[in-house]
Design a protein around this ligand. Sequence first.
Ligand SMILES: Cc1ncc(COP(=O)(O)O)c(C=O)c1O
Length: 367
Amino acid sequence: MDFDIDRLMREEIKDLPMYNPGKSPEDVAREYGIADCVKMASNENPLGPSPLAVEAAKKAMSMAHLYPDGNSTRLREALSRRLGVGVECILAGHGADEIFDLLAYAFLRRDDEMVVGDPSFSSYELAAMTMGARVRKVPLREYRQHIPAMLDAAGARTKMVVLCSPLNPTGTTVSREELEEMLESLPRDVLLLLDEAYVEYVTDPEYPDVMVYFTIHPRLVITRTFSKIYGLAGLRVGYAVCHPTVREALEKVKLPFNVNRIAQEAALAALEDEEHVRRSREANRRGKERLYLLLEELGMEYVPTQANFILVKNGPYADLFDRLLRHGVIVRAGEAMGLPGHVRITIGDDAQNDVLERALRAIVGGG
Ligand SMILES: Cc1ncc(COP(=O)(O)O)c(C=O)c1O
């Protein structure tokens, strides 16, 4: 039979890169023969999920034979109360990742353009490329998204500009003035996606409360997630906050039951467990201060962060990623994120940070 996959496949899919999630402890055990690795690579919550979320998920299992609420109504109502925005402005997704796909399905045509920082989180551009849209990547300036250059890059074909704040992989944020400049200066009919996956970790008191903007600026779509501080990365729940007309467009292209029953119940319970969020934020703050001090003592340069990860320069240790691996610590290699000469380290709990500290001391000491 003459079956030609290349003839069948859409052109834009042929060269589409795959999302690279980095190495798992299982990969490292297989490839390097190292058991008991600590993984400080995916910006997950080292304290785990809220115990209340675990209970809620277990309870929801007994109803697993029934389809979930396709509108995630109770979760959206709880978010609406928490964020002070109308429930009609909230769409729950299978992780924030699904929202990026939905935005691309609903709004990006072939040869439309998306403007994004370089580097930035890779899911936005993968979603755009799937639709045949072009991605204009605007280099960062001093590890921050360069707002004037991104505005310059937004041309007649631009449909969407993406800001990530705090930015993965650098941990830097967009200021109030920069956000306002972007909202006011972009051409008409351009969406601004502001991805705030790590917002709950921000300690900068000047960081803008972005919920005040989207009623005045219908172009603004804010995304957040339960994967980070809420510790539910494995259940896949995220959400968008946006103008109701944008939400309606996204609803048309989402799967009917995009957030499963267990995930909805766990997310609701996680949202209510403010104590777990407070503990997680505090542990991150302590871990961050500890790693800052350690890196300074060891003479290693880093980018001050507003998130739960730190970008560290390799400095004289060109193979820092490999050396950390050999000491049993998995981090994210800069090369994979468009930042050669760096590694991104997720801030761990005390035990993980101990392992990291021993590894860094050994490497700097010649190990
Ligand atoms: C900036 C950013 N946005 C979104 C996500 C993915 O979120 P979710 O797990 O909700 O799909 C990540 C995950 O690492 C991220 O770093």
